[in-house]
Design a protein around this ligand. Structure first.
Ligand code: BES
Ligand code: MN
Ligand code: ZN
Length: 514
């Protein structure tokens, strides 16, 4: 008998919990509909919402009293539970009412909060704040607190609240409702919100999976399952195809791993024979740093180094579900950056797929090396515009902090369109300059360019300058999501771990293009 091939990760075969899939439906008269919990909202210094006003009336003014006494706060994100009409023996209705503080009514939206993000976060905060135990039916009466153009976010936020990082916890702690009813919105908002929420959750799940479960091949398999489910086209390049295509940069980064690299091309055809938009993702399924090894603390979260690629998958999923009338291709460059006798080395020179040569000065600057070939594959599809997403540099986090994505571009109007979409979605982004003076910093004495800049200075920008070498004259925006893709600590509206950031912004941006 021949020996079966060694599974390098045979120590790790747990299966993560399935997605929560509550049944979603529309309801009328939320104060009367049966539910374990009814969620409502309250703004600072504003009259009670219609639903809360009715509840106040049937409870002999108790809501008004609690507000006056300062027990119910309208402070954004605060929640308060009161007994609902359903506790009275005679009738139906919710057993508990959750009153959620919405803060000041947003008149001018800023770069960090918009009505869409407030609706999303409010619904998510409510669902995450449900009393632990058996809450099987929840009704959400938040639509009456918002304009119609943000109603989809109430549904998306509620769905996204159900997906966190505790996907391997065996306890029964993780209760999620079997059914969620929404009042005051229309069927299309329900459908759209559900699709967006599911897309964000796909992204988060891919990022939260541990590296022994999610590696280039298994990422590609999961992308295929998702693509088949929603009717996206998919092509997966294995290591032989990568070789044949001249993707030596992707192969170099993956060379130290027993898990071979992959490249995934997803296709959404909603725009007839028009040229496509391309979105490109860094998919380093684990970044040890390679021979330029990371310290242990820095390595701990490096399963998240494929968040760019996971965002591409989430966005492509949404485009198909929402039937967006555009042609879009999503390209994911997938490799594991590891240490072994076959690792790529410092001083190596790689001829990339484009023909440009790169000299490796630091094997931990691997994302840009993977993206060199990935971007080249994408521009081969002659896109009218291209955007890449990558957890590319610690320097971007130093510049902008953990919450803000960095944008760098060769086309100001394209970048403005992305910023504008981000502002409407309330996902903070900030542009960094791409002055020509930075080009000198990545010159190599041996090859065309080297894969790091000079010392640490301007590290987010020199990384973007490296990428720019591989986009030709295609209008392009680079999005460094090293900070916001993965959170160290939870917020009321989301768990720690993967955040699914930029899925909403990208869908809005693609929908806004004409
Ligand atoms: N994946 C990292 C960037 C990163 C760091 C993402 C922390 C999220 C959190 C990337 O591959 C990397 O290691 N970049 C180096 C570049 C340097 C060697 C020029 C960095 O930022 O230190
Ligand atoms: Mn690295
Ligand atoms: Zn990396």
């Amino acid at each position: 008998m021949s020996e079966s091939p060694v599974n390098p990760d045979s120590h790790s075969t747990p299966v993560s919990r399935p997605f929560a899939q509550p049944q979603l439906h529309l309801i009328d008269n939320p104060h009367e509909a049966d539910a374990d919990v009814l969620v409502t909202g309250i703004y600072l210094d504003q009259p009670l919402s219609p639903t809360l006003a009715v509840i106040d009336k049937v409870s002999d003014g108790s809501v008004g009293r609690l507000v006056k006494q300062g027990k119910v706060s309208a402070k954004r994100g605060d929640t308060f539970l009161i007994p609902g009409p359903g506790t009275k023996s005679d009738g139906g209705g919710p057993h508990l009412v959750m009153i959620l503080g919405l803060g000041d009514r947003l008149t001018n939206e800023s770069s960090t909060i918009s009505n869409r993000s407030l609706a999303f976060d409010s619904a998510a905060t409510a669902l995450r704040g449900l009393p632990k135990g058996s809450v099987s039916g929840v009704n959400v009466a938040l639509a009456e607190c918002f304009e119609e153009d943000v109603h989809d976010m109430i549904v998306a936020g509620a769905i996204s609240a159900l997906e966190g990082q505790a996907i391997y916890q065996t306890g029964s702690d993780a209760t999620s409702p079997e059914a969620i009813g929404f009042s005051g919105l229309v069927e299309s908002a329900l459908q759209q919100g559900q699709s967006l929420g599911q897309s964000i959750n796909h992204t988060k799940r891919l990022v939260n999976e541990p590296p022994s479960i999610l590696f280039p091949e298994s990422f590609a398999e999961r992308a295929r399952v998702i693509a088949d489910e929603v009717g996206l086209g998919i092509e997966v390049w294995d290591e032989k195809r990568l070789e044949a295509e001249g993707c030596r940069a992707i192969l170099a980064v993956g060379a130290g791993s027993s898990r071979p690299p992959r490249l995934v091309i997803l296709k959404h055809n909603g725009g007839g024979d028009e040229p496509p938009v391309a979105i490109v993702g860094k998919g380093v399924t684990f970044d040890s740093g390679g021979l330029s090894i990371k310290p242990s603390e820095g390595m701990l979260t490096m399963k998240m180094d494929m968040a760019g690629a996971a965002t591409v998958v989430g966005v492509m999923h949404a485009l198909a579900k929402l039937d967006v009338k555009r042609n879009v291709i999503g390209v994911c460059g997938l490799a594991e950056n590891m240490i072994s006798g076959s690792s790529y080395k410092l001083g190596d020179v790689i001829e990339t797929r484009s023909g440009k040569t790169i000299e490796i000065h630091n094997t931990d600057a691997e994302g840009r090396v993977v993206l060199a070939d990935t971007l080249d594959v994408a521009i081969g599809h002659l896109p009218v515009a291209m955007l890449d997403l990558a957890t590319l540099t610690g320097a971007c986090m130093v510049a902008l902090g953990k919450e803000v994505a960095g944008l760098m571009t060769n086309d100001q109007s394209l970048c403005d369109a992305v910023s504008n979409a981000a502002r409407i979605e309330g996902e903070p982004v900030w542009q960094l300059p791409m002055f020509e003076l930075y080009d000198d910093k990545i010159k190599s004495k041996v090859a065309d360019i080297k894969n790091v800049g000079e010392a640490r200075w301007g590290g987010a920008i020199t990384a973007a300058k490296f990428l720019q070498q591989f986009v030709g004259d295609v209008p392009w925006v680079h999005t460094d999501i090293a900070g916001p893709a993965f959170a160290d600590s939870p917020l009321p509206a989301r768990d720690a771990g993967a955040t699914g950031v930029m899925v909403r912004t990208l869908i809005r941006w693609i929908q806004s293009m004409s």
